[in-house]
Each structure stands twice: as C-alpha cells, then as structure tokens.
Design a protein around this ligand. Structure first.
Ligand SMILES: Nc1ncnc2c1ncn2[C@@H]1O[C@H](COP(=O)(O)OP(=O)(O)OP(=O)(O)O)[C@@H](O)[C@H]1O
Ligand SMILES: [Mg+2]
Length: 326
C-alpha cells in the first residue's frame, strides 16, 4: 500500500476513526505503544468497530503497529490530528495534494485560508531547537521520553511561531503567523523564489534590505541562527526571512556568535554568486557596540522561561488531547 497524501487520508476518515487516532495520541502520555486493551477500555466501544478503525488508520499509515505491544502514531497521523484541529478552528480549508517544500526537518504544504488568501502549513519533523541541553527541558522530556519526537516537533513548531509573532509585530519581513497546533505552523504564503534561485538585478539593495531585517529582528530580541540563501524568499524585490525554529534570543550570552555567523554566511553568498562584497566589519562593529549596552543573561535562565511560555501555549492549545488521558 503506497502512502497516500495527508489530505486524502484525512478526508477518508470517519468520526470514529479520528476519535481512535485522538485517543492513541492521548495515551502516548503513558505508552510508547498503546496496548489494544487500553484503547478498548478507554473508547468503551466494541472490539470489532475499533479494529475496523485501526485498519483504516493503518491503511493510510497514520498509525503503526508493533507485534504484541500495540499501536503508535506516525508523523502522518500527527499531521492529520493537526489538520483536523486547524480545520475545526476555522483556519484552513484545504491542503495542496503534495508538499511545496520538503526537507529533513519539515514538510510544507500550501493551503487556502478560511479568512482569505493563501497560506502554508509547515509540519515540523524534529526539533532544531537550541536548548537541548537545558536541564529543565531534559526533565520535562524525561517524563514523556517514550514519544520524544512528538514533543520535540511540537516544541520546535511553537518556537518558530513565537519568533514569527515577535518579528512580524516588529515589522521584520517574515510570513504573517496565523496559527500553531501541535507540530504545525500556519503562516501566510510568500509568493516568490528562494534567494538561492533568484537572479537579482540589484544585489546591493537586496543585501541592505536583508541587513535591515536582521537588525530589526535583533532589536526585537530575535537572531535567526540559520540564515542563508535557502531561508530567504525574494518576493519580487523584497526579501522575506523564513524558517525560524532555531532562533536565538538576543539577550543571551553567546548570541553574538550566531548573529555574526548569519551575517558572514550571507556575505559569502553575495560574494560568490554576484561578486558583490559588502564590507561587514562596520556592521559587526555596530553590533559590538549595541552588545555593550545589553545585559546578557545565562542561556539556561532565558530558555527556562521560554519553555514555560511554550508549555503554557501547548497546554491551552485547541484540540489538545493530553488531559483527556489523565
Ligand atoms: N511562508 C512560506 N511561503 C512560501 N513558501 C514557503 C514558506 N515557508 C516555507 N516555504 C517553502 O518551504 C521550504 C521549506 O521551508 P523552511 O525553510 O521553513 O523549512 P526547512 O525545515 O528548512 O526545510 P528544508 O529542510 O527543506 O530546508 C522553503 O524553502 C520554501 O520553498
Ligand atoms: Mg529552510
């Protein structure tokens, strides 16, 4: 059985199938593989109809089975739960049949927004977050170590969403954040092409605009941390900075290296592709001065606070099934 696309899988599910999927998600709090008997006890439905639903979920690769152990969600199953919640929230209407962008760490689909206009749904596949070593994160994940991929992806999506909200508000050219659910971020669609693929007629102006965007983001508290020609979309002459899950707070010790790295990466690209060699020394010098006026915090303290915020968002998320299992 080939793997169908997410949208087709979603449309073919009955209410009961969806409910079974949601209960499996909820029971992941306790089990890496959810035993059938646990599922039956929870659903209070007869075994035949539950098994029928499981067969349907299996057919679309939304759950997978391990011998005697039970069932677990696949990424695709998690995708379907996020789509379902986003549709119920009145955010999205449909998904493109196949991804418009797909990489190691995300699948990006085009969508029609119910409020009007085009959007994208970015499903995070893993956490490209930078606080893996924070003690608190380990503790928190420790309780749920069975399904860490699920939580890492979820945190990664919320990290990206937080950065999009903060930078967008500050006037940085980024996609407009629309919603976040589980591991999926909905944002506006930027109609253009990657900086890597574009043929700029005026690289100097593009460079200036990008440096302005970096500075506005910096002042709002955000350093991109993975800036490159692949994470900038040129919509006509206007650059948009995308792909934010690994952002770094301006105010932590060590953030300056990330910032300089971003700037150097881009300068290297402009030199290589356009033979345009901006002088980055004065730019770095200016940031050094700005850093002199910031009271830098230890990363652990900042990330702990940030994690609390993300956890709060996650707990209050629409369609959150966690509590259903307790
Ligand atoms: N808001 C958007 N508007 C239009 N296209 C987008 C948008 N966000 C992402 N994309 C497309 O999806 C691709 C991947 O998005 P993004 O860079 O955010 O994720 P990623 O995790 O880096 O994925 P990859 O591993 O492929 O680089 C982008 O290169 C771009 O083509
Ligand atoms: Mg990217």
């Amino acid at each position: 059985m080939s793997i169908k696309d997410i949208a087709a899988a979603y449309e073919s599910l009955s209410k009961r199938d969806l409910r079974v999927l949601m209960v499996i998600e909820a029971l992941h709090r306790y089990h890496e593989y959810v035993p059938l008997e646990r599922l039956l006890r929870w659903l209070k439905e007869n075994e035949d109809s539950t098994l029928k639903s499981i067969r349907q979920l299996n057919k679309y690769a939304l759950v997978s089975r391990s011998g005697g152990l039970g069932y677990r969600l696949t990424f695709r199953g998690y995708d379907v739960l996020a789509i379902h919640a986003l549709a119920k929230m009145g955010i999205i209407e449909s998904l493109s049949p196949s991804p418009i962008g797909s990489g190691k760490e995300s699948d990006v689909y085009a969508t029609q927004l119910i409020a009007g206009g085009r959007g994208v749904v970015k499903f995070h596949r893993l956490g490209r977050i930078s606080f893996r070593n924070v003690r608190k994160y380990r503790l928190w994940l420790g309780e749920r170590r069975h399904v860490s991929w699920l939580y890492e992806s979820r945190i990664s999506a919320h990290m990206e969403y937080v950065a999009l909200v903060g930078t967008y508000k500050a006037g940085v050219p980024v996609p407009q954040p629309i919603a976040v659910n589980r591991h999926a971020v909905v944002m506006s669609y930027i109609d253009g092409e990657k900086l890597a693929d574009a043929n700029l007629s005026d690289p100097a102006t593009a460079w200036e605009q990008i440096m302005n965007a970096v500075k506005t983001a910096f002042e709002a508290g955000y350093i991109h941390g993975d800036l490159s020609e692949f994470n900038i979309i040129m919509a006509g002459d206007k650059p948009y900075l995308i792909d934010w899950p690994q952002w770094v707070p301006t105010k932590i010790i060590g953030s300056m290296e990330k910032l300089i790295n971003d700037i150097k990466n881009l300068a290297f690209f402009f030199a290589r592709k356009y033979d345009y060699r901006p002088n980055i020394d004065p730019i770095i010098e200016e940031y050094r001065k700005m850093y002199g006026e910031i009271h830098l915090e230890k990363p652990d303290a900042t990330y702990s606070k940030l994690l609390d915020e993300l956890m709060h968002m996650i707990r209050n998320e629409s369609g959150n099934n966690e509590d259903a299992a307790s």
